[in-house]
Design a protein around this ligand. Structure first.
Ligand code: TRP
Length: 385
């Protein structure tokens, strides 16, 4: 089931079936099927070449199809070639600490921002997380907004081009746009797109209008009417479907999207998720914690070393291999060699785990230092600066 689910379902009754909604992702995610069922477009070789012609070299996340699907990316690039710049828009639901899976689309967003010289609007949805969660109050989600913003800034975004929106604090900037949007989305559309039920609280029902608002905020702030391009994981797609339907009626461009896959967790199957801390690497994890989590990670290894040397292992199901693929081995030849050696039984899981622990800890240490420095400059990124 793809939509029609707002309450979180439990694993027993789910039977491993794929569920992908803005609030829940489980089961084995079939990305080809999502393209069909969500009605998005695959990123074709031709379109990738077009992107490449603007960016010197194709970003790793495009080359490896980590970003795999889109809507209107071609339209946005055509407009760009005719002198109409786009703005970038993405965001984060601040329900807890940031893990490395969250960083994947943000790293890509930074790349696009740098190559195209575009502005980024970044929405922190303390209101959303408060409304949909049983155990978080607004004070907590506000605190996480601040904490999560530090992670974004630590990646290297520059304040001149980066505008962070803290929903509950900046609601005055969003509210009139949200009203325009809300007025044109019927309850029937919202219910079928998001699966609202009789028991859904009414805050949640209005909320999609607030996630839509940053798609259009650039015009209000600068007077320029330009399209927004949204790099984000594909689970956010229902928001964009309803927003695209009404954008032109309101005199705006339809927001375009480019969709990425989920970084798997360290367990067997499933995406990295803060609700499973033992299989997630958080940006603030300390080296010994990382070591322990990696040591316990699910791999494609065999029961004994002798067996593995003889038969080889399975990188395709290995969580550790995915981290090399998504983030930590940028050199294609080296990645292929690691895969070959794994399949041939020439390396054992312990070696891969040791290597990835070192890479992760080096990355996290540098990130944590930049994150600490971000505390001094965070105000410069506020949309109301
Ligand atoms: N709803 C998103 C979440 O829960 C947060 C968000 C708001 C977002 N605006 C966005 C994510 C735009 C991606 C793009 O994480």
């Amino acid at each position: 089931m793809l939509v029609n689910r707002t309450a979180t379902s439990n694993d027993e009754e789910n039977n491993g079936e794929m569920v992908v909604t803005p609030w829940e992702v489980k089961g084995k995610v079939d990305y080809e099927r999502l393209i069909k069922e969500f009605g998005t477009q695959p990123l074709t070789t031709q379109l990738l070449e077009y992107v490449e012609s603007h960016t010197d070299k194709l970003h790793l996340q495009l080359e490896r199809k980590i970003f795999f699907s889109h809507r209107d990316l071609d339209t946005v690039l055509n407009l760009y070639d005719r002198g109409i710049k786009f703005v970038l828009y993405t965001g984060r639901g601040p329900s807890g600490p940031v893990h490395i899976g969250h960083l994947v689309p943000w790293i890509f967003t930074l790349h696009i921002q740098q190559k195209f010289g575009t502005r980024l609007y970044f929405q922190l949805t303390d209101d959303e997380k408060y409304l949909i969660s049983d155990n978080l109050d607004l004070k907590q989600t506000r605190k996480w907004s601040y904490e999560n913003a530090l992670d974004l800034i630590a990646l290297g975004f520059k304040p001149e081009d980066t505008f962070i929106i803290y929903d509950s604090e900046d609601i005055d900037l969003l509210y009139d746009i949200s009203l325009e949007v809300a007025k044109r989305i019927t309850f029937s559309t919202a219910r079928s797109s998001f699966g609202f039920q009789d028991s859904t609280n009414i805050g949640w029902v209005f909320w999609p209008a607030i996630q839509a608002a940053p798609c259009f905020i650039h015009k209000k702030l600068t007077g320029e009417n330009v399209p927004a391009l949204i790099p984000a994981a594909i689970d956010q797609d229902p928001y964009w479907r309803v927003t695209r339907d009404i954008a032109q009626k309101l005199g705006y461009y339809k927001p375009a999207q480019i969709h990425c896959r989920f970084l798997p967790g360290l367990g067997a199957g499933g995406k990295m998720s803060a609700s499973h801390p033992e299989t997630s690497i958080f940006t603030m994890d300390q080296p010994d914690v990382v070591k322990k989590k990696i040591w316990n990670a699910f791999t494609g290894g065999k029961g004994t070393a002798a067996e593995q040397r003889k038969e080889g292992a399975e990188p395709t199901i290995c969580s550790i291999f995915q981290y090399y693929f998504f983030l930590f081995e940028e050199d294609n030849a080296k990645l292929a060699e690691r895969e070959r050696r794994c399949k041939a039984g020439e390396i054992l899981c312990g070696e891969c785990k040791k290597d990835i622990t070192e890479k992760l800890n080096a990355f996290l240490q540098a990130h944590q230092q930049r994150r600490e420095k971000a505390k001094d400059v965070i105000e410069q990124y506020h949309v109301k600066r």
